[in-house]
Design a protein around this ligand. Structure first.
Ligand SMILES: Cc1cc2nc3c(=O)[nH]c(=O)nc-3n(C[C@H](O)[C@H](O)[C@H](O)COP(=O)(O)OP(=O)(O)OC[C@H]3O[C@@H](n4cnc5c(N)ncnc54)[C@H](O)[C@@H]3O)c2cc1C
Length: 244
């Protein structure tokens, strides 16, 4: 992960804790996105002030073979019910995909965190956000929190039109949806869109998608002077548990 910022960090990290939770609801919100609600006790400390922050979700492996932990954005928090929601993209061959498809109300899990997303802060005059399906929860959270009168635009790459979501956006926010073809490398449409985007020094840029695409995006951005930018590979093709 690379964050370039001219401003000091916005919110201090809270100490990571592991909390027991259980599934309280599950809802298919698009063709391949499953929203899972997790209830627990005193979950407020797992929610970060900055939008798009994430937790590590740990789920039991079949047959008691240990735990499987992966990063997921906190899409929503209900302090009254003490519940958080995560949107899990159902990609082929994913252990978390298998867990999400099989989980039921009462299924146990644990969460650790939160960790910040690197969302551009208040000093950016406008926002430009790039991401794939796995970044859509973070991008949605960032756009929905834009109460300020600054323009915010997101470019989102999907593998299927059925994964487009209807989002309630503030007046100056907009989304361009890009459809990846079968032969397109994941994230390649985002990288191709970058040179066409207007990047002035006051734009806060945020990118999250497949790791090779993130690498390429970083290279494109290197000569551009920006007050804030954050580029992160959220997953790596062919590699489980990618971390950077
Ligand atoms: C900070 C952060 C926040 C994230 N937030 C979210 C979120 O809110 N929702 C969400 O769905 N994901 C999110 N992700 C991505 C998610 O953590 C990864 O996709 C993770 O690898 C999924 O775990 P898995 O057990 O399904 O697959 P793994 O066991 O990690 O990988 C198994 C195989 O699946 C492939 N794979 C992994 N992800 C994808 C994918 N998206 N498309 C195609 N193939 C893939 C891997 O390359 C590997 O070959 C986030 C990642 C980070 C770092």
């Amino acid at each position: 992960m690379i964050t370039r910022t001219a401003t000091p960090p916005r919110a201090p990290r809270r100490a990571a804790v592991l909390r027991e939770v259980a599934v309280t609801a599950r809802e298919q919100i698009s063709e391949r996105m499953l929203r899972v609600t997790l209830g627990g006790h005193d979950l407020a400390p797992t929610v970060h002030d900055a939008p798009g922050a994430w937790v590590k979700l740990f789920v039991p492996l079949p047959g008691g073979a240990g735990e499987h932990g992966r990063a997921y954005t906190v899409r929503g928090f209900d302090p009254i019910r003490d519940e958080i929601t995560v949107d899990i993209f159902l990609h082929d061959g994913g252990t978390m995909t298998a867990w999400a498809l099989g989980c039921r109300v009462g299924s146990p899990a644990r969460i650790g965190g939160p960790r910040p997303s690197g969302a551009p802060g208040a000093s950016a005059a406008s926002l430009l956000l790039f991401g794939d399906e796995t970044a859509l929860p973070a991008i949605s959270a960032m756009l929905e929190r834009e109460h300020r009168e600054r323009p915010a635009h997101a470019i989102v790459e999907l593998g299927s039109p059925g994964d487009q979501q209807e989002l309630e956006l503030p007046p100056k926010a907009s989304i361009t949806w890009l459809l990846r073809g079968r032969t397109d490398a994941p994230g390649s449409l985002l990288v191709a869109a970058a040179p066409r985007a207007r990047l002035d020094p006051n734009t806060g840029v945020w990118f999250a998608a497949e790791a090779h695409a993130a690498q390429e995006f970083r290279r494109l951005l290197r000569p551009v002077q920006l007050s804030e930018s954050h580029t992160q590979g959220y997953w790596r093709r062919g590699v489980g548990d990618h971390q950077e």
